[in-house]
Design a binder for this molecule. Structure first.
Ligand code: HEC
Length: 139
């Protein structure tokens, strides 16, 4: 099968392969795609809302908790919620939370910002893409 046919199968909304991937994911642990899932789609905000439940131990959209609130975070400068006690490392990072930086952060917070105090990561690229798509909608 040619590469472009493969991509069409995987990304087409009614694709058989996509349905299988979805079924496998549904059988896997709640918010984790099967390890064999295809490379990231642009990100599914509906699925991202489910992934976001894993963030809610420390975050909410509108209130600062263990971590800062998230509404409007896409496009926001890191460490800029006034009243939240950031680590000096994040506060002084001058990062802007575009999608690429959020992807790096969620892969490894300390990898992107050594000294940051978020101890949680999403190893699965699809989980990251989906939760970023969800956050991008929370303006
Ligand atoms: C175990 C607690 C915990 C979990 C779970 C967690 N975070 Fe965090 N998060 C933090 C803390 C603490 C900070 C502040 C980091 C600092 O100041 O260095 C933070 C900071 C952030 C920031 C930077 C915000 C800003 O205003 O600069 C983003 C973005 C973020 N988290 C996204 C997420 C997402 C998305 C998830 C879920 C996939 C998540 N976090 C899960 C604790 C957590």
């Amino acid at each position: 099968m040619k590469q472009d046919q493969l991509i069409t199968l995987r990304c087409g909304p009614l694709a058989v392969a996509g349905a299988i991937v979805t079924a496998v994911a549904a059988l896997a642990a709640a918010s984790v795609y099967a390890a064999t899932a295809s490379p990231p789609h642009p990100g599914d905000p509906v699925r991202g809302k489910t992934v976001y439940q894993g963030c809610m131990g420390c975050h909410s959209l509108d209130e600062d908790d263990v971590g800062p609130h998230h509404r409007g975070v896409v496009g926001r400068t890191a460490g800029s919620v006034s009243g939240y006690a950031y680590s000096p490392a994040l506060k002084n990072s001058h990062i802007v939370w575009d999608r690429a930086n959020l992807d790096r952060w969620l892969t490894s917070p300390q990898g992107l910002v050594p000294g940051a105090k978020m101890f949680f990561a999403l190893p699965n690229p699809q989980d990251r893409a989906d939760v970023i798509a969800y956050l991008a909608e929370q303006r």
